[in-house]
Design a binder for this molecule. Structure first.
Ligand code: G
Ligand code: G
Ligand code: NA
Length: 254
């Protein structure tokens, strides 16, 4: 309870920040986007990763407040980068409790309008399979309504939840994110390699975009390219960077 109050104060005291992990096309060497990942500039404890405070506030109203802030902040940053000539699609993580809100789409539209991005959202929402499947009917309608606003969806950590092909067929997402646990071991573990290969093939068959997480090495990259998965994210490319550092990184990355 004290921790929830403390995060709420962090939000109003501007101690929360978004860092952005680049997403690249390994074939064309293009920087295609960035995933917003929250951090807490704690006055005593330094920069805290989300695992230190998100689980505590999940299912509280503060999580909803934080979720709203993440979307508004990411849109604001995107416009700043646009002004610097860096045109990126930005993705944000949205948790199950946010998706359950009946006013999610309304709030999103309001945020796009206030950010002046209603005509060019270039925003993607990452949801986990588990969150999507917990209320499939509601989430399906929500995705459709957001897509009508030009906002895209990706299924995060794909392969780790109770993914069934039926769900995949029903969910109108545009992108599958292959979970890093499969990518990390794909050079040593034949089954993980087969899973990455299978998900990539599945994405093609469903006409979806596919992106691999956890790309840490050149070997990961070449294996993925060999399987036809061109988009990637991971420490081998870049960790999450502060918004000030990202433009410089993007200009020098090849
Ligand atoms: O940055 P890091 O790799 O430590 O992130 C850990 C987890 O926290 C990731 O799985 C990510 O999905 C989650 N996360 C990071 N930022 C946000 C956010 O803004 N909202 C939600 N709901 N989850 C986030
Ligand atoms: O899927 P999720 O939103 O949890 O992904 C973000 C998380 O993955 C963050 O905790 C981030 O630090 C972590 N991450 C990003 N790239 C890599 C990587 O190449 N290797 C590993 N092990 N973790 C990564
Ligand atoms: Na994510």
């Amino acid at each position: 309870q004290r921790m929830i109050k403390r995060v709420e104060r962090a939000l109003s005291d501007n101690e929360l920040v978004l860092h952005y992990q680049p997403k690249v096309n390994m074939r064309t060497a293009e920087v295609v986007g960035a995933e917003a990942l929250i951090r807490w500039h704690h006055p005593e404890r330094g920069l805290l990763p989300p695992g230190e405070f998100l689980p505590v506030i999940e299912d509280s109203d503060v999580m909803l407040e934080l979720g709203d802030w993440v979307i508004r902040e990411a849109l604001r940053q995107m416009t700043l980068w646009d002004q610097q000539g860096l045109r990126l699609a930005v993705s944000v993580n949205v948790s199950a409790c946010q998706l359950q809100r009946t006013d999610f789409v309304e709030k999103l539209e309001q945020a796009l309008r206030e950010a002046g991005r209603i005509d060019d959202p270039r925003l993607e929402i990452e949801i986990t399979e588990t969150a999507a499947i917990s209320d499939l009917c509601h989430v399906t309608r929500l995705i459709e309504a957001c897509r009508a606003l030009g906002v895209q969806f990706s299924l995060d950590d794909f392969g780790t939840g109770y993914s069934s092909l039926t769900y995949l067929k029903l969910l109108p997402v545009q992108t599958l994110k292959i979970d890093k646990s499969f990518v990390l071991d794909m050079s040593r573990d034949a089954e993980d390699h087969a899973i990455v290969s299978g998900v990539t093939g599945l994405a093609k068959a469903f006409d979806l975009t596919v992106i691999a997480e956890g790309v840490e090495s050149v070997e990961h990259g070449s294996l993925l390219l060999g399987l036809g998965c061109e988009l990637a994210q991971g420490y081998g490319i870049a960790p999450a960077l502060s918004p000030e550092r990202l433009p410089d990184w993007a200009n020098h990355w090849k």
